[in-house]
Design a protein around this ligand. Structure first.
Ligand SMILES: [Fe+2]
Length: 338
């Protein structure tokens, strides 16, 4: 009788635990887009799984994951840089995903080489030019931006920006240190002004006549085109888009991607969220709402993306960014790129 009572109370306790244990996925993310918030709310509505979000820079999140290694406080890690995901992988912070549904949706060349992360969206770093003033002899490669014919005509943001560091890391991976340093020096010499502002500001400045070429991530062209401010829409309309290095290694691309944290308490829920974010419906919604490229196969580009044209991405350098990021920062300093 005593045993039966014990047994019963144990069952009661266990079912109480099941009832009270939160159905949740704890997310560390570098992304800060309103669209993400909407998708997470939709996921919670569909599955009953809460998404608890902590936002910070990639390095801060990596430090945090490292310090919590013994008792992980996150289930899923999302960044806007393949290099940061590879650094997390190299530090042993991520688990293999082992999920066929997700893996089968995405081209292998875009997925982490060790099976520990998958992309969610992709962006290219492109050159834009003034349709009115840049002339006919337009650049075809990133290397052309360093050509002296563009002296005083190039607009590009600061070297402390991760997008430029990732671009220089890709040049380091493809061309080596000497070429990368020469390129950084050449571009610095060609700048129309000391680096300032964000990607969108460079496009606005081309439209204002402050320079003829700018470097920008593709989705910002979408954001300008869809902007409420007519000046922003006019700035977008004033520039043409060049996907660089199309007869060589391809245009520099980076991804927003996600990896399951090693030891994640809510692994099945984290996997469910990844299945949701890589589904056809959400992939198409990313394109519509953030103008990033879908990574799942078979998603048609939005009309405003189709206008940019099709392009060949540099998928080799994408997987070599982690090893070159530190050196990229040093080279920017050596070149005097503020
Ligand atoms: Fe951005």
């Amino acid at each position: 009788m005593k045993y039966a009572t014990l047994h019963l109370s144990a069952i009661l306790w266990l079912s109480l635990c099941a009832l009270t244990q939160a159905k949740e996925v704890r997310l560390y993310t570098q992304r800060h887009y309103p669209a993400d918030k909407e998708f997470f709310a939709q996921f919670t509505k569909d599955t009953g799984i809460e998404v608890k979000v902590i936002k910070a820079g990639a390095n801060e999140l990596l430090t945090r994951l490292e310090s919590e290694k013994a008792a992980p406080q996150a289930d899923l890690f999302i960044t806007t840089d393949a290099g940061a995901l590879d650094r997390a992988d190299a530090a042993g912070l991520l688990d293999k995903l082992n999920n066929k549904t997700v893996a089968d949706r995405i081209p292998a060349g875009l997925q982490g080489k060790n099976g520990t992360w998958v992309p969610i969206t992709m962006r290219a770093r492109v050159i834009v030019y003034s349709k009115e003033r840049a002339g006919k002899n337009l650049p075809k490669t990133y290397e052309d931006l360093a050509d002296s014919q563009w002296k005083g005509r190039v607009l590009i943001r600061s070297s402390s920006n991760a997008y430029n560091q990732s671009l220089l890391a890709s040049i380091l991976a493809a061309e080596g240190r000497d070429a990368a340093l020469a390129w950084a020096k050449g571009v610095t010499a060609n700048m129309a002004r000391p680096p300032q502002g964000n990607d969108r500001d460079q496009v606005r400045s081309v439209a204002l006549g402050l320079g003829e070429l700018a470097v920008v991530n593709t989705y910002y062209l979408g954001l300008l085109e869809n902007a409420d401010d007519p000046k922003d829409r006019a700035a977008r309309a004033a520039v043409g888009v060049i996907f660089p290095n199309q007869s060589g290694r391809g245009a520099h691309v980076n991804v927003s991607g996600a990896g399951i944290v090693k030891g994640a308490k809510n692994r099945p829920h984290a996997v469910a969220l990844l299945e949701f974010l890589t589904s056809k419906k959400i992939q198409a919604s990313y394109q519509k709402m953030t103008s990033e490229f879908a990574v799942a196969e078979g998603i048609k580009p939005e009309p405003l993306q189709a206008k940019w044209g099709t392009f060949k991405p540099d998928l080799t350098s994408l997987h070599e960014l982690a090893g070159h990021q530190e050196e990229a920062v040093k080279i920017f300093d050596l070149a005097g790129w503020k």
